[in-house]
Structure formats: C-alpha cells, structure tokens
Design a protein around this ligand. Structure first.
Ligand SMILES: Cc1cc2nc3c(=O)[nH]c(=O)nc-3n(C[C@H](O)[C@H](O)[C@H](O)COP(=O)(O)OP(=O)(O)OC[C@H]3O[C@@H](n4cnc5c(N)ncnc54)[C@H](O)[C@@H]3O)c2cc1C
Length: 440
C-alpha cells in the first residue's frame, strides 16, 4: 500500500449522477477532487452494470434541468444539440391523473426526453473537464481511513487488484442504494442513523421502439399515473436517437410482463391508449428489461448526536425515492447546490452536521410528495397524519378538476416538477377553482 499526501483533497465514492454532481460542487472549494467509480465507463451511451436502473425510463424534472443549467451553463442547449427532444410539460404531454385526462395548456415547464445514460455521460464529460477533478474508473472504495475523530482518506482497490490508501480531508459517499456507509461507520464505532422505509414493491419494465410519425400525434410523451384501485403506470416518451421509450410499471403486486402480448394486455384497460398504440404498431429496437424497486428509504443522519467529521452521504445512499415520481436525479442536483453553498458560506467547518441538517430540510418536500402519493394506497404501510384524509380528499377533487381547468393542471405539474411546494395547491385561489370545476 502506498499513501498519497493531501492538501484540500476530497474523495467521492461513486461516479454516477450524485457523485459527479457532488464533485462539481466540491471543485469550487477543494484544491483537488477525485471521484472513484467501480465500473469502467462504456464507450457508447449505454447503461452500465453499476447503474442497472439506467436501462429504465428516467424523467428529468424541470427543477433538475434548471439546476443542471446552473451548475453547467449551457447544459440544456447541449441536450438539444445532442438530439434530446423537449417540449412543454403540459401542452406537449398528455397526463392522466386518477384516470382523468389533464386539460392542455402551456405551462412554461420544459420537459425532456433524455435517457439516463445520455444525461450521465453529459454530466461526466463536464465534470471530467474541470481542471481540479479526476474521475477514476475501475476503482472501488473498500473502506475509510479514520484518524482522531475525522475521516483521513479512503482505501481504494483497482481492477488490477492494486490497493492504495488515498489521503483526503473529506469523503463523500455517493455509492447509491448499495452504499456501505453504515457498515463503515459501525467499523469505526460511530452511531448509524435510523431510517424510514415506505414499501410499494414497484416493478418497472422498459423497452425502446423506433419512432413513428403517426404515433403520439407529435406530442413529446404521455403518462398514465397509478392511483388506488389502478396500481399500474404507463409512460411513452420520445428520446434522443429517434426512439420511443415505453415504461410499464406496477405496484403492490402488479407486475408488467415482458412479452409483446402481455405488455399490450397490461395497458389495454388504462385511461390513455398511447402506450398500447406504440406497443401494437412500433418496431422494437431492444428487449424489454425488468427491474424491481421494493421500497423508498430515507436515512436520518441529521438525527445523529455524533458525526464522523469529514464524511458525507449524498444521492440515493442518503435518500432513495419511489422512481414513479422521477425525483432522484433532480434531488441529487439540489444536494450539489446545497453542498456548494454550505462550503462557500463556512468552508469545511462542522460540515457533516451542517450538511445533514440542511439536506434533511431539502429532502422533506420531495419525500413527503412521494410518500404522500404512496400512502394514498391503503395497502401501503406508513404513518398517516390526522389531516391526511382531508387533504387527500381535496387532492382527489383537484386531480379530477384538472381535467376541466388547465390552470389546475399547471399548478399540479409545478409541484410534481419540484418548482413549487405542495402547499401551493392549498391556496384559496386554487381551492375556489377546484370547487368551480367540480360544479361544472
Ligand atoms: C427503476 C428506477 C427508475 C428511476 N427513475 C428515475 C427518474 O425517472 N428520474 C430520476 O430523477 N431518478 C430516477 N431514478 C433514480 C436515479 O436513478 C438516481 O437517483 C440517480 O441515479 C442518482 O443516484 P446515485 O448517483 O446516488 O446512485 P447510483 O446511480 O445508484 O450510482 C451509484 C454509483 O456508485 C458506484 N459504486 C458503488 N459502490 C462503489 C464503491 N464502493 N466504490 C466505487 N464506486 C462505487 C456504482 O458503480 C454506481 O456508479 C430511478 C431509479 C430506479 C431504480
């Protein structure tokens, strides 16, 4: 084992979306940032082993696109230049909420038909070009180095089998749901956080098809959202490479099949028929791929009374959401913005408790949005507040009313795209509109 010296060196574990974005945030305050990624990166824009969800449809929420454009100026234009289709999230998209088709309008929310490998590659190219960031592929972090109550670095093993100890002032764990952060904390005698889990047993199936002009009527895409009594979702979206991506999802025991006839059957009873049309007539370009996502998990690092100094956890390793809501990458963007601003305000002083407290505040909104949606299903176990039934009753009316009043649809999509808080749906003006639409 050899040892590197450190001077303002930060190490990031995992070179996926959250790790790369964390590196971008750290690059403004640290002399040198090294991202260690276990995988080797593919030569073409395809999914890789360490990110199996990369083969499934990923939505980039408007808040995520805005944030990426801030972290990497020109990012949105570069997506367009790379052939990523985009359009208005309401006017160019059909939405089916609780079986009702949302009324169309220009929302000003831009939606993108971008695949997960494409977005990761674009972020990686930009992070890799930062002069003080090195992205090392084929390098697994096996553990931490700890000295005097602080992180002192990481133990890294290369694909060749070579091992080294890398000195660092900060280690950021962005290793996703398989993160070993808790085991590492235990190893050094540190307390591990409690966690909250909400189990929905989501099953995803994605397949890609050649785009055909006659399908989707020129729209960017369509989404049929699951709801109590109909735990199935269907999404069709135009993507770069002249493809349609079709996603079928089931929750709570519903399982989309992967054969042609079964997939058509799965969507034939749903409110929107775009997915069925594509499945019946478009030409597939790959095999259908299935993935299971048992539960959303939130680790409460903010509640720890003792932190390992200089050790942070971000992205899915910190909080992982039911993918139906499309929040993971956007939240990783928001965490990177947070990390950058905390470092700019007070440097690395007390960074771990400051970061985890602020991240908990940041996560509260998307977590309550996602788990609030999950807890509408009576089968889902979890804590329900005394006012939930009343609020859910109103939101049921809201979704139905959005079929009549397009302003309600816009307000709903702003919340879903993390551009407005859930509480904005409870404003007196919108409540009145819901009542008026209900009376029609
Ligand atoms: C089915 C599914 C659908 C989803 N859909 C959406 C969506 O529509 N929109 C959205 O925004 N998000 C979605 N997500 C979430 C999104 O994929 C993640 O939030 C996003 O990839 C960020 O995750 P991450 O970077 O924290 O972790 P990951 O993407 O899981 O990456 C972890 C990385 O760490 C590496 N690694 C692990 N251990 C080590 C180690 N010891 N040393 C070095 N490297 C290591 C892995 O190889 C991998 O590259 C979905 C997730 C799933 C499962």
């Amino acid at each position: 084992m050899k040892s590197n010296s450190s001077a303002g060196h930060a190490v990031v574990v995992g070179g996926s979306v959250a790790g790369l974005l964390a590196a971008r945030a750290l690059s403004t305050s640290f002399h040198q940032v090294t991202v260690f990624e276990r995988d080797t990166f593919p030569a073409h824009t395809v999914a890789r082993r360490g990110v199996p969800q990369g083969r499934q449809v990923h939505a980039l929420l408007t808040r995520g696109a805005v944030g990426l454009d801030g972290l990497f100026p020109g990012f949105v234009d570069a997506m367009t230049a790379a052939g990523v289709p985009s359009g208005d999230g309401q006017a160019d998209f059909s939405w089916f909420l609780d079986g009702h088709r949302m009324a169309g309008a220009t929302s000003g929310l831009r939606g993108f038909g971008v695949s997960r490998p494409q977005i990761e590659e674009m972020i990686r190219d930009r992070v890799g070009a930062l002069p003080n960031v090195t992205v090392v592929a084929g390098a697994q972090v096996d553990g931490l180095l700890v000295d005097d109550g602080r992180v002192a670095g990481a133990r890294v093993r290369r694909h060749t089998g070579a091992e080294e100890s890398v000195a660092a002032d900060l280690v950021v764990d962005a290793a996703g749901r398989g993160s070993r952060a808790l085991a590492w904390l235990r190893e050094f005698g540190y307390p591990v956080p409690e966690h909250t889990a909400v189990r929905t047993n989501v099953v995803y199936v994605t397949r890609h098809y050649k785009q055909e002009p006659g399908l989707l009527d020129g729209r960017l895409g369509t989404t049929v959202v699951p709801y109590p009594g109909q735990p199935r979702a269907a999404v069709v979206v135009r993507q770069e490479g002249d493809r349609f991506a079709v996603l079928l999802a089931g929750l709570l025991g519903e399982e989309p099949p992967t054969d042609d006839a079964g997939m058509i059957d799965f969507v034939s009873g749903l409110a929107g028929q775009d997915a069925a049309d594509v499945l019946r007539s478009a030409v597939p370009v790959d095999e259908a791929v299935k993935m299971r996502y048992p539960e959303s998990t939130l680790n409460h690092f903010d509640r720890l009374d003792r932190h390992l100094g200089g050790f942070l956890v971000v992205g899915d390793a910190l909080c992982s959401f039911n993918p139906i809501y499309g929040q993971g990458m956007t939240v990783a963007v928001m965490e990177a913005e947070l990390l950058q601003s905390l470092l700019q305000e007070h440097g690395t002083q007390n960074l771990a408790p400051r970061f985890f407290a602020s991240a908990a505040a940041l996560l509260a909104e998307p977590w309550s949005l996602a788990t609030g949606g999950d807890l509408r299903f009576p089968e889902v176990e979890g804590e329900r507040g005394p006012q939930d039934a009343e609020i859910n009753g109103y939101l049921d009316q809201f979704r139905a009313a959005a079929a009549v009043d397009p302003a309600l649809g816009t307000a709903f999509l702003k919340v879903a795209n993390l551009m407005a808080p859930v509480t904005s749906l409870l404003s007196p003006e919108l409540m009145e509109r819901v009542q008026r639409a209900g009376a029609q």
